[in-house]
Design a protein around this ligand. Sequence first.
Ligand code: FPP
Length: 257
Amino acid sequence: MYSIWKRFVKKDASSDLTDRIQRIREFGVPQHIAIIMDGNGRWAKKRALPRVAGHHEGMKVVRKITRMANQLGVSALTVYAFSTENWKRPKTEVEYLMKLPEEFLGSFLPELIRENVRVEMIGDFTTLPAHTQRAVQKAIDDTKDNDGLVLNFALNYGSRAEIVKGVNNVLKDAQKGILKGDISEDVFSRYLMTSTLPDPDLLIRTSGEIRLSNFMLWQLAYTELWFTEVLWPDFNETHLLEAIEVYQKRARRYGGV
Ligand code: FPP
């Protein structure tokens, strides 16, 4: 009797979402998701707001997406928060972007600690302003023993610079005799800033731009790419689920048949 009744009761949206998350988990979630969060400026412009308002809204989306990635059981989430090229932006915008990690981590760090999220960073740490370094270092230190989702900030990151740095370190180790003869792809990977992470399975770029913008060029060799017109501040949990569902339907052959 009860089961007949249940069939005719319309399920509410939250239980639909729970079912959808459950299905996605059963199918196997991408271990590592990387995101190029683009479109903050256009989002602000559409609303006649200053560009930084878009970045602020974008920061809130990082929080939502981190929570959902954690709920899904994703191992690593890399977000491109500031590129080595972004220094070319107006000084006030750069200063604003450099304050966002403090604001984000200032309020979100206790939850990250509690939820077993480990904060990491790729990019040139040394040339970040001291206040940004302090905020990021504190988050890294305070979450270092967590072994759940890795929330990896690409901050002051550029893939070509990362590769060149890796090559220079290979040369140094060869001179010291630590490396002998030719090196393999696996060995080279250990010289990149992502040495402790698996390569991304899924790359998401928002705002309709179809390019990689110097992001994880080595690591994305076999990654499934998903582009959406949605501007980053409008991106939400459902968009993430949609991207993962598309990913799950793709056959990854890694060059095989
Ligand atoms: C690109 O959009 C976005 C950025 C350069 C900054 C991304 C930063 C965030 C989303 C904030 C997250 C930060 C933390 C610390 C959580 P754009 O400004 O190039 O947009 P446009 O192409 O529309 O101008």
